[in-house]
Design a protein around this ligand. Structure first.
Ligand code: HEC
Length: 454
């Protein structure tokens, strides 16, 4: 038996007693002040005295209960010292009253009522969690107190820089376990406040051993909540999604230095990361990851004048899809020069098919470094031109159907590591070279047979 801890458990039952008595004392005080003919004066002093004694007892038990730990430290600080203040003030009220000094009560009485309300409210928060009072209340009150059940959950947008343990697991342990398992309290001999002591384990040895199912830290949170060994024994239980994340982290080797992208992520975990942390782990395309400034409307007008049809790739995208309109009176060389100088970052798709393009013009095309799709079918482009294009590191689709390229182009094409689709129907590039290209770049599909040109 632990006598002091046992005494502590009486706090919640005892605490209502002084509240009632003190409030009665204060009511009597006001009755005496405004209705002296009711003759309650004699009762005030003894009632305040009983109020003081019971407040003292409740505070002592409260002090013992707080030593057990498991409470939010900030709230506990205020609850504890306001409680002590109430004991002192109730003593003062009795003392002054017994000396027939009624003046201090004029200020002391309302102060005591306010103190009891605030301290009681903080006590409610300690046992039922922050925001207990507003949780079921009207919306304006929630806004006023900035109560939001989701504010505690951090959001992330980059799986590379989101550390599994420090960003996802630790905050859960911190809010649900560490109030009892820290360097001071070490319930069950376990301190989870730093990685070393966490790995060291508790009274019964390591709490993370191999897989989640054999790890005490996981077993304890998936027990029947009515079990005596269930964790946390008080406060908010771990949610389903928090438990799944903990399981994922332990099964991935309980590492402390790996990011989400370095950790294998099953589908259900990916869903939890998205819904709980707004973290989308589906790989992003090059254009989704790349940020460039949007073009002025003036640039669209100017490029149209030069002979291009220009449109944004998507409504909100800064990238553009550009097509040469094959207007004979306009110079393609001049147009490409302008395109490169006005929009070299923004051109993502470029269609120059069936134009009188020369290899020299390709120097301007190669300056559009964010190009992902390029159509050059039925143009005079040659192997030298392809060499210039091999600078385009992000090109994913290249149409060379009906051009003069030969097997010599293969060497340059093999350097374009982002390439996924290559159309070389009706060119000098043969089957063997096409197959070699596909072997050296497994993501590449070389189309020799049909033109998917337009
Ligand atoms: C209110 C205090 C409190 C909170 C909060 C709490 N624990 Fe505990 N924990 C204890 C006590 C007391 C023991 C020792 C008694 C026992 O083993 O059940 C303990 C023991 C343990 C042990 C066993 C250590 C050993 O070696 O025996 C593990 C594991 C554990 N807790 C995990 C957790 C996890 C995980 C959380 C958060 C989800 C948590 N605890 C939250 C009080 C708490």
């Amino acid at each position: 038996m632990d006598f002091w801890a046992w005494l502590g458990r009486f706090h919640p039952a005892l605490v209502h007693f002084p509240i009632g008595i003190i409030v009665v004392g204060i009511i009597l005080y006001y009755i005496n002040r405004y209705r002296p003919e009711w003759k309650v004066a004699q009762a005030i002093s003894p009632v305040f005295f009983i109020g003081f004694i019971s407040a003292l007892l409740a505070a002592l038990c409260g002090w013992m209960l707080a030593e057990e730990g498991g409470y939010d430290t900030n709230t506990l600080f205020w609850h504890r010292w306001l409680g002590v203040g109430i004991v002192l003030l109730s003593f003062g009220l009795w003392w002054w009253h017994s000396k027939d000094n009624l003046k201090p009560a004029k200020y002391g009485a309302p102060l005591l009522v306010a103190g009891i309300l605030v301290t009681g409210h903080l006590g409610g928060n300690l046992t039922h969690g922050e925001g207990f009072l507003v949780e079921k209340g009207p919306e304006f009150l929630k806004k006023l107190t900035a109560y939001d059940e989701k504010t505690a959950i951090p959001t992330f947008d980059d799986p590379d820089s989101c550390n599994v343990y420090h960003d996802l697991i630790y905050p859960v342990l911190e809010s649900k376990c560490i109030s009892c398992h820290n360097s001071k309290l070490r319930k069950g001999g376990l301190d989870m406040s730093n990685t070393e002591s966490l790995m060291k384990g508790g009274r019964n040895g390591e709490v993370i051993e191999g897989e989640s199912v054999s790890s005490e830290i996981f077993k304890r949170v998936v027990l029947d909540p009515s079990s005596r060994k269930y964790m946390p024994p008080k406060g908010t239980p771990m949610s389903y999604r928090e438990i799944k994340l903990l399981e994922w982290w332990i099964d991935a080797g309980a590492h402390f230095d790996k990011s989400v992208s370095q950790t294998e992520t099953p589908k259900d975990i990916a869903g939890i990361l998205l819904s709980r942390h707004k973290l989308d782990i589906t790989p992003k395309s090059f254009l989704e990851k790349t940020k460039v400034p949007a073009l002025e409307d003036q640039v669209f007008v100017e490029l149209e004048k030069q002979g291009f049809a220009v449109q944004p790739l998507a409504m909100t995208s800064p990238f553009i899809d550009v097509r040469w309109k094959r207007v004979d009176s306009l110079s393609l060389s001049n147009a490409l020069e302008s395109l490169q100088s006005m929009a070299s970052e923004q051109v993502a798709w470029l269609d120059l098919g069936e134009s009188p393009l020369s290899d020299a013009d390709l120097a301007n095309v190669a300056k559009c470094k964010n190009l992902v799709r390029l159509k050059l079918q039925k143009t005079p482009v040659s192997d030298d031109g392809v060499k210039i294009l091999s600078q385009l590191k992000h090109l994913e689709s290249l149409n060379l159907y009906g051009t003069k390229i030969t097997n010599s182009a293969a060497e340059h094409l093999s350097k374009m590591s982002s390439l996924r689709n290559l159309y070389v129907w009706q060119t000098g590039l043969d089957q063997e070279n096409a197959e070699n290209l596909e072997t050296s770049n497994p993501d590449l599909e070389v189309v020799l047979g049909v033109s998917v040109g337009d």
